[in-house]
Design a protein around this ligand. Structure first.
Ligand SMILES: [Zn+2]
Ligand SMILES: [Zn+2]
Length: 129
């Protein structure tokens, strides 16, 4: 099961191989500041299946905490992935996938309490508070 994605400008593109692992939402303040959105939808894949396909090769990385580096396009700023120290998987932003509707983040809503109060989150009929 192959999944492909890219940033907004297409400079950075990737391919990963499924099955998808732990598709979930995160509304922590770091995801919010990084993305500019109230919530980020994430899904993981084994890091060994990840290949960079765009002309730009690998994305730029910002270390947002001791354990986490966040990958983004240096040209358009598109938010693509996160690598956690010691984790064999790579977390991919579902919205950067070419077909984001194929993966539904029903597993969990992390840091739901940090989401704005006006943000009501329903995923495929499931309500997250
Ligand atoms: Zn880009
Ligand atoms: Zn987060």
């Amino acid at each position: 099961m192959l999944f492909s994605g890219s940033c907004l400008c297409g400079h950075i593109a990737y391919q990963v191989k499924g099955p998808p692992i732990f598709p979930h939402l995160c509304s922590c303040r770091m995801c919010q500041k990084w993305s500019g959105a109230p919530t980020v939808a994430w899904v993981s894949f084994p890091q060994i299946t990840l290949t960079w396909k765009g002309i730009g090769g690998a994305p730029s990385f910002f270390r947002s905490s001791e354990q986490t580096q966040r990958g983004f396009c240096p040209r358009c700023g598109g938010t693509l992935c996160a690598l956690n120290e010691g984790d064999p998987n790579v977390a991919i932003t579902i919205a950067s996938l070419d077909e984001p509707a194929h993966i539904i983040p029903t597993e969990q809503h992390s840091y739901a309490d940090e989401a704005p109060f006006w943000w009501n989150v329903h995923v495929a009929g499931k309500h997250f508070d």
